[in-house]
Design a protein around this ligand. Structure first.
Ligand code: CP3
Length: 349
């Protein structure tokens, strides 16, 4: 199976906490507006159109690997693709993010979230994965949005600061909330399995907005659903990464959801995150993406601090603490990759 082709890569071995050569590095949102070559092929209009075009999507997936020499590619797609393909009625507006015409309000809206058949609903995702994997010499990471983060877009109708409607639904109508989360977990599972089947060598579950929740809210309303997604993908044997922003107080629970790797944002140093997540899990992170805007010297100093906080632990994948910001200078990111490869050490004992 092609997803096994990269079992011996630094990236996959680091995800499993196994000895390997160099500290692997990739960046969330490494494909995107900071790259002139991305802007050249992205085209106008909704990003969903570019995603639905395997020619463009596969090329965009490869661009950051060529430019940065990162140790993994990430599929060019978006967390809202499955709900969009299932017909919920959404778009992604440049500069804003996902927006929904008719937000999720009541039980009747569950009917707008039918199951996903990836072969007929998102054949372009499968085709993009195949084309990229065909030519890549590093592992491809597939991904999905975690149920909570996708639910937030559906319920709020767009990006939200406090996720108040989402929380009101979670806390005010638990039965409907769990039914919604069940549907979204099924969509994520179907999408992730199709990506691994097509050749993705690892997967990342993005719960970007989980940091809006208290530990008790996360425990009751979210963790069981994310755990179900991760468990279902576990049958494929590829490493699973579970990421959120502002999740310092949730890291212990995220460590218990089943993923081999827990993504850490820039607010919690790696050594402290390791204490919170507990043994037997690898970590991914956590250079503040804003430090890249401060220039090469500042970025290098901060990258060295991340490596120092990891202290050579083999279960570590270098990344940013969140996505690349559009105004980032690609040369600074390239320098960070080089620094991690040159200076990152991996303990063997
Ligand atoms: O390089 C990669 O990381 C792969 C591609 C990728 C995209 N979206 C492409 C994209 C990935 C992994 C995502 C995930 C995603 N999408 C998340 C989780 C990660 C995170 O950043 O927390 C979220 C919350 C979304 C929803 C979304 N889509 C947002 C908030 C935006 C930005 C809106 C804007 O214009 O600022 C999008 C659009 C989007 N998805 C872009 C890209 C490269 C922006 C560029 C464009 O429209 O061309």
């Amino acid at each position: 199976m092609s997803s096994r082709r990269f079992e011996g890569s630094d990236f996959v071995r680091a995800c499993r906490g196994q000895p390997h050569g160099r500290v692997p590095v990739w960046f969330m949102r490494q494909a995107g507006r900071s790259l002139p070559e991305y802007r050249a092929v992205r085209g106008d209009g909704s990003i969903l159109d570019a995603i639905a075009d395997p020619d463009r999507a596969a090329e965009i997936t490869l661009q950051p690997v060529r430019r940065y020499g990162v140790d993994a590619a990430i599929l060019f797609s978006d967390i809202v693709v499955p709900v969009h393909a299932a017909g919920f009625g959404m778009d992604v507006v440049p500069g804003t993010g996902p927006v929904v015409e008719r937000p999720f309000e009541a039980r009747r809206d569950l009917d707008r979230l039918r199951p996903l058949d990836p072969g007929t609903d998102t054949p372009y995702v499968i085709e993009t994965v195949r084309r990229a994997v065909d030519v890549l010499d590093v592992p491809l990471i597939g991904f999905a949005g975690a149920p909570f983060t996708v639910a937030s877009y559906l319920v709020e109708g767009g990006p939200s600061r406090h996720h108040e409607r989402t929380k009101a639904l979670m806390l005010g109508d638990e039965a409907l909330w769990h039914d919604l989360m069940d549907r979204l977990a099924d969509l994520a599972i179907a999408s992730l399995l199709s990506q691994v089947e097509a050749g993705a060598a690892a997967v990342q579950l993005f719960d970007s907005w989980a940091g809006a929740l208290s530990p008790e809210q996360y425990r009751r309303g979210v963790a069981p659903h994310s755990a179900r997604v991760l468990e279902a993908v576990g049958t494929t044997g590829v490493p699973r990464i579970h990421f959120g922003v502002g999740t310092g107080e949730l890291l212990d629970q995220m460590g218990g959801c089943g993923a081999e790797v827990v993504g850490v944002d820039f607010r919690v140093p790696i050594d402290e995150a390791r204490r919170r997540v507990g043994p037997g899990r690898a970590l991914q992170g956590n250079l503040d993406p804003a430090v890249v805007l401060a220039g090469e010297a500042a970025a290098c100093e901060a990258a060295r601090a991340v490596l120092a906080a990891n202290g050579g632990h083999p279960g570590f994948v270098f990344n940013l603490g969140h996505g690349v910001l559009p105004s980032s200078d690609p040369d600074v990111l390239a320098r960070v990759v080089q620094l991690v490869h040159d200076e990152g050490d991996v303990r063997t004992e």
